[in-house]
Design a protein around this ligand. Sequence first.
Ligand code: PLP
Length: 471
Amino acid sequence: MRYISTRGQSGSLTFSDVLLEGLAPDGGLYVPEEYPQLTWQDVLKMRTWSYNEIAVHVLKMFIGSDIDDITLRRIVWTSYDPRVFGSFDITPIQPIANGVGLLKLSNGPTLAFKDIALQLLANLMDHVLCERDEYLNIVGATSGDTGSAAEEAVRRRSRLRIFMLSPWGRMTPFQQMQMYRIRDPAVFNLVPDGNFDDCQAAVKLINADTAFKERYSIGAVNSINWARIVAQVVYYVYGYSRVVAHSGELLTVSVPSGNFGNALAAYVAGKMGLRMNILVATNDNDVLTEYFHTGTYRVRTGAEVTQTQSPSMDIASASNFERFMFDLVGRDSAQLRALWCELAQTGSFTWGYRNDPDSAITIRSGTASDAEVTKTITLVFDQYGIIIDPHTAVAAKVFFDQKTMGPALIAETAQPAKFEEAIKRALGIRMLIPQSCRHLLQNEERITRINQTDPAAIAYEMKELIEAVVD
Ligand SMILES: *Cc1c(COP(=O)(O)O)cnc(C)c1O
């Protein structure tokens, strides 16, 4: 299995190379040369397999001979430890109504679905780095969930360190606890004054310093890493095997979307041969819904991004969208480059998407406002006795609006306990800190404060710390 860049001006690479590389040198994203295929008979056979068995099988189709079977099996079981995730199902399905279930993706260590991708990513990276006798220092910025999921994933990995910037006083107490109280010698929290954009600008400055980057093996675990997508394809294959009873039946999945990683994974499962009806659900930052309704993809300016109750979906552009467009333009990279050139110059492009009745995949899209999210949380609790978080509520609202038939899964991407305010607003209930996170309260906060707001000054102090730790 080899990987090519969507922009068509970089050479093809193996899975291991793509894993460590991130963005392609030509600025494009890596995609497989072709999608491996699964038949419905293959998937029906998986009905009795455990999640991890399915994971090994699906991952192998994308990794090829790069990693041997025994190693891959060990990596999967380390990443998805049933004792951590609470069951052998890893992403269990909770039935809520006739034929409709919640696909629970948030049972990992940080109680959000980012764990599924990042736990695997860190273990795969650790393995490849070990084989090459290399180390990687991950540098990133976070305003919320990605930070803790990445830090939890790097914990106890021998070849990885992580240096994470987060804006002082801007995250929820729960998120601060999850990041700042992690006790691990490889985890460094740097907390400057200023906002998330300043943090992100500082990371960009560090990445622009190629000499520093090389000397200190600086890398990232950003949302465009192909391995993260593959990890997410697994739970759609798993979901299909569990709820689809007949040959080639259509499965509806409703996916709360921001950077389009999760929905893209459902699309890839469709490209592999499963019949998927994908509902791309957005909050008021509706870049994707606008695209699927009008054919125009328009990125937002920073000032246009609104803060919602589902902050992990508050995006200005959908970073994985390029992979989808690459297929849509018939994998013509010259055409894709022209569209992205137009995007850079004008902030938008138009290239319509139409559902093809002969295709295994249909895509629809919808938006839920903050008020609708609150209403949906109340409705789901009243009707089914289940508390869902505001991200999941976006997907639930869009699903209820569509009135689809047949088996359906709503992707649950975070646990409600992480969003105390939203739950209190909808239900008047105060959520407690879940048992699995209580141990963190016993740890001291471990952060390095940076009393700066200027990105250049933040980057300077971050580099000093990295030098001190690495040398
Ligand atoms: C990241 C995230 C999303 C959005 O997923 P994408 O892959 O970026 O579309 C939705 N919900 C939660 C809780 C998240 O953390």
